[in-house]
Design a protein. Structure first.
Length: 195
């Protein structure tokens, strides 16, 4: 059974034509990758500000920067997976800098197989980030609902002279009787529609 693949938007930040051709060839084997190429950190920042990308691949160094800060910033923001390719003589020190931020690092030159495996790791990271983001959104929704219900309870306590338990029971009962969420009832109480 084949895993259903998502479409991934990839930003390649590289100023080396030979590398760009090799990487484009590798990416071409992954038909579910849509990629864009920029050749400097400043262009990358601008492009990242304009549209979202799931994966960012940085081939260091670049004409205007080494790319390390871009990799760290992008990965720290939690909005995608980052692969930083660095010269093998700098690999250990740069890996030490970027590892705490979740940046994947590969030494250059790297074998085709290793880069292909790195793509797999990047995809895994993207999926993990998507699930965390979805979970975070549902927690935020739940917290917003709790705040609304609490506000509605306090309004019932002050307007209707109920105690907190009575206000809570009142909201729950209305929600069950009408087959709606407590959030809907709370919003009605707050807006005054439920009087």
């Amino acid at each position: 059974m084949e895993l259903k693949r998502r479409q991934y938007k990839v930003l390649i930040v590289s100023a080396q034509p030979k590398f760009n051709m090799s990487l484009a060839e590798l990416i071409g084997t992954r038909t579910y990758y849509e990629y864009e190429l920029v050749q400097s950190v400043s262009n990358a920042k601008q492009t990242l500000g304009e549209r979202p990308f799931d994966i960012v691949i940085i081939n260091a160094p670049l004409p205007d920067d080494d790319g390390v800060r871009l990799a760290i910033d992008r990965s720290s923001g939690g909005s995608g997976a980052v692969l930083l390719l660095v010269r093998s003589e700098y690999y250990a020190s740069i890996f030490e800098q970027v590892c705490p931020y979740g940046v994947y690092t590969l030494p250059k030159p790297s074998q085709k197989q290793m880069v292909t495996q790195a793509f797999d790791w990047l995809e895994s990271s993207c999926e993990r980030l998507r699930k965390l983001e979805k979970h975070s959104v549902s927690l935020e929704d739940k917290m917003a609902e709790i705040r609304l219900v609490n506000k509605a309870k306090w309004l019932l306590i002050s307007r209707e002279k109920m105690d907190e338990e009575q206000a809570h029971h009142y909201i729950e009962k209305l929600a069950m009787d009408r087959c709606v969420t407590k959030r809907v009832i709370a919003e009605e109480i707050i807006s005054g529609k439920n009087e």
